[in-house]
Design a protein around this ligand. Structure first.
Ligand SMILES: Nc1ncnc2c1ncn2[C@@H]1O[C@H](COP(=O)(O)OP(=O)(O)OP(=O)(O)O)[C@@H](O)[C@H]1O
Length: 233
């Protein structure tokens, strides 16, 4: 599904260029639940940003379902991201003036979906992440764990094939982390959504089907966990 071919990224903004990714090759199949791990600065966020079309590689190609991601024009890229990729960030990144429901529905509004359709989908998603009763609350009326659940529901609103999550559990307590991982794994199993998660969190690694370890912009280990495949859920 996703083929990362010889991707390198060099940041030239400072006097000394930084090579964040160094000829990375990787194939991620549909339905994977993959953790990208490694020390701070090893290139995890850079990889996710390039995979999500938020940043461009210095060289190399990314193919998603055989189509070259970065050969799109900027308007095509915006539409592709909106329709096919969901993002979950460490700081939740919810819009503070919108309720949980409105945050979830925002992308559907951009897609031109009717109010009835938006409402039914947001109810379904907020129920799936266990906070339907908080639909009319603003983000600052919710706990961190609840806000991250809204962020996951929002990421799913456009029915994406791929969710990219950057340190989604970094600000969560243990119970919220377990709950969030349960929700993400269930979505992965039931709807075959591919998850790629950059993380330092051992609890995420323990639940991942595959753990890819980076160091200094390169893959140094790529391990599939037999115990975390679907049958063990
Ligand atoms: N916009 C930028 N300009 C210059 N250098 C950058 C930029 N973004 C990242 N870098 C550098 O690229 C390297 C990889 O950064 P990246 O954020 O991808 O690492 P990371 O593995 O996600 O780190 P962390 O775990 O701390 O989030 C680091 O050396 C970082 O300082």
């Amino acid at each position: 599904m996703i083929e990362i071919k010889n991707i390198s990224k060099i940041y030239n903004e400072n006097t000394v260029p930084v090579q964040a990714l160094n000829e990375v090759n990787l194939r991620i199949e549909k339905g994977e639940f993959t953790a990208i791990v490694g020390p701070s600065g090893c290139g995890k966020t850079t990889l996710l940003n390039i995979l999500g079309g938020l940043d461009t590689p210095s060289s190399g190609d990314i193919l998603i379902d055989n189509a070259n991601l970065h050969q799109r024009s900027s308007s095509e890229m915006i539409a592709f991201r909106r329709d096919h990729i969901g993002f979950v960030f460490q700081d939740y990144s919810l819009m503070p003036v919108l309720t949980a429901r409105e945050n979830v529905e925002f992308i559907m509004e951009l897609q031109g979906k009717s109010k009835v359709e938006r409402n039914s989908r947001s109810t379904e998603l907020l129920t799936a992440v266990g906070i339907a009763d908080k639909a009319e609350k603003l983000p600052n009326q919710l706990s961190g764990g609840q806000q991250q659940r809204v962020a996951v529901a929002r990421a799913l609103a456009s029915k994406p094939k791929l969710i990219l999550a950057d340190e989604p559990t970094a600000n969560l307590d243990s119970k919220s982390t377990t709950d969030l991982l349960d929700i993400m794994r269930q979505l992965n199993e039931k709807e075959n959504i591919t998850f790629v998660i950059a993380t330092h969190d051992q609890r995420v690694m323990d639940r991942a089907k595959r753990v890819i370890r980076f160091d200094d912009g390169k893959i140094i280990e790529d391990e599939v966990s037999e115990k975390n495949q679907a049958s063990s859920l």
